[in-house]
Design a binder for this molecule. Structure first.
Ligand code: ADP
Ligand code: ADP
Ligand code: ZN
Length: 213
């Protein structure tokens, strides 16, 4: 099963993608996590991506597409995957569609996690991330067992640089300009499924599993 998560920054794509990955035993692939791991390890890719991410802008398509296509070509993706944060532009979606079509394949579901802009800034300012293992928490809604410490790996949790309110506004604008058109793109292919992302995490997940079967 090949699944794409769509939705504004902070809508809960990552949270749901991790639950989907566990339930359906497919890899969770987050381009944001890949970029953050590269930034942490000071790679050339990380340095390049950081220039854009810190401003709330998208990393250029050429760079992003190459990373994603390399990742989905790996053996663990043979039975499918859940993509979180990719595609974010029509050209990215087109490249993915063409690459899949060459193998007689396609995306099965594009799950749109719908959350209005008003809720987003609060979601993001409360988000705490573990840069070591990729786990995500929320100070009010999904708190870690011990304040500031990752449940999974014990590392310190941080507010991501790009989750500060100034940057969040830019990211929302970029979302509406460049990513929201994907809703029409996947509707036209008959695979778009929208769920209410303002519900509790478990209720959102129930709505998604009802769709995926
Ligand atoms: P969120 O989960 O909050 O939407 P991500 O972790 O997916 O954030 O992405 C963080 C940043 O990484 C984005 O703001 C963007 O700069 C960059 N990024 C991630 N995925 C892509 C992509 N597919 N295309 C371009 N830039 C991307
Ligand atoms: P995205 O990957 O779309 O940027 P995340 O999954 O990182 O979004 O979620 C953004 C923030 O909102 C995180 O702090 C997360 O813990 C929290 N969150 C996720 N789902 C819900 C939910 N259903 N209700 C309340 N908070 C949520
Ligand atoms: Zn961790």
């Amino acid at each position: 099963m090949k699944i794409i998560m769509l939705g504004a920054p902070g809508a809960g794509k990552g949270t749901q993608a991790k639950m989907i990955a566990e339930r359906y035993k497919i890899p969770h692939i987050s381009t944001g996590d890949i970029f953050r791991a590269n930034i942490k390890n000071n790679t050339e890719l990380g340095l390049e991506a950081k220039k854009y991410m810190d401003q709330g802008l998208l990393v250029p398509d050429e760079l992003t597409v190459k990373i994603l296509l390399d990742r989905v070509a790996k053996e663990d993706c043979a039975d499918g995957y859940v993509l979180d944060g990719f595609p974010r532009t029509i050209p990215q979606a087109q490249v993915l569609e063409d690459a899949l079509a060459r193998q007689g394949e396609k995306i099965d579901y594009a799950v749109n996690v719908d959350v209005p802009d008003e809720n987003i800034v609060r979601r993001m300012s409360g988000r705490r991330a573990c840069l070591k293992c990729g786990a995500t928490y929320h100070v009010e809604h999904i708190p870690p067992k011990a304040e500031g410490i990752c449940d999974t790996c014990g590392s310190e949790l941080v507010l991501r640089d790009d989750d500060r309110p100034e940057t969040v506004q830019n990211r929302l604008k970029v979302y509406h300009d460049q990513t929201q058109p994907l809703i029409d793109f996947y509707t036209a292919r008959g695979v778009l499924k929208t769920v209410d992302g303002t519900a509790d995490m478990q209720d959102v997940f129930s709505a998604i599993t009802e769709i995926l079967g």
